[in-house]
Design a protein around this ligand. Structure first.
Ligand code: FAD
Length: 386
């Protein structure tokens, strides 16, 4: 098949959910990834599935995504590790208490059910092992977590079952424009002429957009991630903090997976055994251990199984781009998820698929237009994690 109706570039959560939506609609679809499924952010991620702390523009997507997550294992005939264990966002200082209080009021007004836990005893009723630096928290019981690699693979497997073709280890090098359309896609192996293209290339999106005269103004800060060996159950929900300088969850295996905040610096991407790698920095690792252990002292005693770093595709307003590229009818961009694109993945790929098929998107996507970057936007605070 050299001419799929739709070609999806990138097999992260965004690309695989788009591919399945298209395959289920009976569209011939091919998905290409330079490295393989979940090779970048969708593998590096913490993988919290949260609605709390979302920008109002993203909240409808996050709420719709939770409805999809609840049915996902059955639909994909696989174990995605999704568990609706809740999200606790902690306040450690007076200023953070104010932040959490405002967050709860705003999000309730926007229609999300979440509570303010204003003393430590209430927070410890959910996570007994928290230290006494914690002063308050928001609690969203309908948030959750999943296994990111299992989820991406489950989507990809089902897309294949539904007829999608997956070409892994193939690098898209150029999108060729003719007559206001992408007429040809050139990879390191061949040329293709799909009817439409969905570009879901995460942090790498601008490499293919720039030659077309567009760039998404992305910063690519790095997040340090540590994963422990399996240990005693200490953490049921996903933990975040008001200023987003750490997050944590305990996987079904018992392994604690903890992340730093976004750390400035564009960590160089290298390749190791055919996979993209950003090397973690020792100072950042030590800071992450200290920050996490200060709220969850049990973390200081665990055995560390692995450490890695992951880059974010952070836009100026912290919102993604889900849009057709102006002037190019058959190119849809879905990128810039700014540190919180995993949880909403089950709806963002299908929204990109709607655009590729010229359907009215199933959810409001006006805030995610690429044209908004033509004007100056004040940088948004980072709200990733969980
Ligand atoms: C450390 C960390 C913690 C996070 N925590 C959370 C969280 O708790 N909750 C949450 O919702 N989100 C979280 N995020 C964000 C979330 O993981 C990402 O927003 C999401 O995974 C992005 O998915 P994607 O498919 O858009 O991009 P990616 O997963 O990066 O996928 C892009 C794919 O495109 C491929 N590609 C790129 N260029 C080419 C090319 N030229 N040819 C072929 N293939 C190409 C890459 O190989 C890659 O596989 C976190 C991110 C990180 C890094």
């Amino acid at each position: 098949m050299n001419t799929p109706d739709v070609l999806v570039i990138g097999a992260g959560i965004t690309g695989v959910t788009a591919a399945l939506a298209l395959a289920e609609a009976g569209i011939s679809v091919e998905i290409i990834d330079r490295y393989g499924p979940a090779a970048m952010a969708s593998g590096w991620t913490l993988a919290g599935v949260r609605q709390s702390g979302r920008d109002p523009a993203e909240l409808p997507l996050a709420q719709a995504a939770v409805a999809v997550w609840r049915e996902l294992d059955r639909r994909l005939e696989a174990d995605t590790g999704y568990r609706q264990t809740g999200n606790l966002r902690l306040a450690r200082t007076g200023a953070e208490v104010d932040t959490i209080r405002a967050l709860v009021a705003d999000q309730r007004a926007a229609g999300l059910s979440l509570d303010l836990l204003s003393d430590l005893a209430d927070v410890r009723a959910i996570v007994p092992g928290l230290s006494d630096v914690v002063r308050a928290a928001s609690w969203c019981a309908s948030d959750g977590q999943a296994d990111p690699v299992a989820t991406v693979n489950a989507y990809l497997d089902m897309a294949r079952k539904r007829g999608a073709r997956a070409s892994m280890g193939e690098n898209v090098q150029e999108l060729v424009v003719e007559g206001g359309r992408i007429s040809r896609v050139v990879t390191d192996r061949r040329g293709l002429s799909p009817g439409a293209v969905i570009l879901a290339a995460g942090t790498q999106v601008n490499a293919l957009l720039k030659p077309l005269g567009w760039t998404i103004p992305l910063r690519r800060p790095v997040v340090t991630v540590l994963r422990s060996a399996p240990c005693e159950p200490v953490l049921s929900p996903v933990l975040g903090v008001a200023n987003a300088d750490m997050a944590a969850r305990q996987e079904a295996s018992g392994q604690l997976r903890v992340t730093s905040g976004a750390q400035d610096g564009d960590g160089p991407l290298i390749e190791r055994e055919g996979r993209p790698v950003i090397r973690p920095v020792a100072q950042r690792v030590m800071e992450t251990v200290a920050t996490v252990s200060a709220v969850l002292p049990a973390f200081a005693r665990v055995e560390i199984d692995s450490i890695w770093a992951g880059a974010l595709d952070l836009t100026p307003d912290g919102l993604p781009v889900i849009d057709r590229l102006p002037g190019l009818d058959n190119l849809v961009v879905a990128a810039g998820f700014s540190g919180h694109g995993f949880g909403i993945g089950p709806v963002t790929g299908p929204l990109a698929a709607d655009l590729a098929l010229d359907h009215v998107p199933a959810l409001p996507i006006e805030p995610f237009g690429i044209g908004r970057f033509a004007i100056d936007i004040a940088p948004a605070p980072l709200t990733m994690h969980g």
